[in-house]
Ligand binder design. Structure first.
Ligand code: AP5
Length: 215
């Protein structure tokens, strides 16, 4: 299956994508995680992306689209993938369509995680992310690690992402409404969108997403 996960910052895309990708045996491709890995490895791409990310702005398309395409062309993604955080504007969605068309493929579903803004703010305020692998996500109240400050999965240090400041979160929400939400209509026109209420326990949200994918 080829799936796109969309939703505001803090909706739980990374949390859900990890479980869904494992259940469906497809790779979880997060452009945010790819950027963070590049930053921690000190690459030129990471250096160019960092200032945009810290401010909560989108990294320019000319950097993002090539990086996402390279990842989707890797062998493990030949049978499908779950995209988390890409596409994030209509021009990225058009680039993805073009790429899939050239490869003779298509998207199967777009899952739109729906959650109110005050819940998103609470989720982001308490989030802790693993420094070794940013797809390992915890929350001080909702999903605490067994040992405070240490990732349960690989023992990495848990930290507060630089884009979790109040100003950056406000900007990310604004960017989401103005630049990312239009892709929901873009995909509705293709009949691909399932809206998933993302309040409640993580496992219940996963179940709703799986039910939507079966339809
Ligand atoms: P990215 O890493 O994609 O961030 P985001 O989309 O803003 O989303 P988040 O990772 O903040 O939240 P999430 O929805 O994954 O929620 P999470 O699972 O962590 O992008 C970061 C930046 O990279 C962008 O701002 C941009 O600069 C750049 N970028 C990335 N892609 C780009 C692109 N395509 N184009 C241009 N730039 C791009 O959950 C949040 C918290 O809630 C966690 O603590 C979690 O434990 C908790 N939680 C999750 N589910 C539940 C639940 N059901 N109940 C209670 N708590 C929950």
């Amino acid at each position: 299956m080829r799936i796109v996960l969309v939703g505001p910052p803090g909706a739980g895309k990374g949390t859900q994508a990890t479980v869904l990708a494992e259940t469906l045996s497809i790779p979880h491709i997060s452009t945010g995680d790819l950027f963070r890995a590049n930053i921690s490895q000190g690459t030129e791409l990471g250096r160019r992306a960092k200032a945009f990310m810290d401010a909560g702005d989108l990294v320019p398309d000319e950097i993002t689209i090539g990086m996402a395409k390279d990842r989707m062309e890797q062998a493990d993604a030949a049978g499908g993938f779950l995209l988390d955080g890409f596409p994030r504007n209509v021009s990225q969605a058009e680039a993805l369509d073009e790429m899939l068309k050239t490869a003779g493929m298509n998207l199967d579903a777009v899952l739109d995680l729906e959650v109110e803004e005050d819940e998103v703010v609470k989720r982001l305020a308490g989030r802790r992310t693993c420094r070794k692998d940013s797809s390992h996500i915890f929350h001080v109240a909702y999903r605490p690690s067994k040992v405070e400050g240490i990732c349960d999965i690989d023992g990495g240090e848990l930290y507060v992402r630089e884009d979790q400041t109040e100003d950056a979160v406000r900007n990310r929400l604004e960017v989401y409404h103005t630049q990312t939400e239009p892709i929901i209509d873009y995909y509705k026109a293709q009949g691909l969108v399932s809206t998933i209420p993302a309040l409640g326990e993580v496992k219940d949200v996963t179940q709703r997403a799986m039910d939507a994918l079966k339809k």
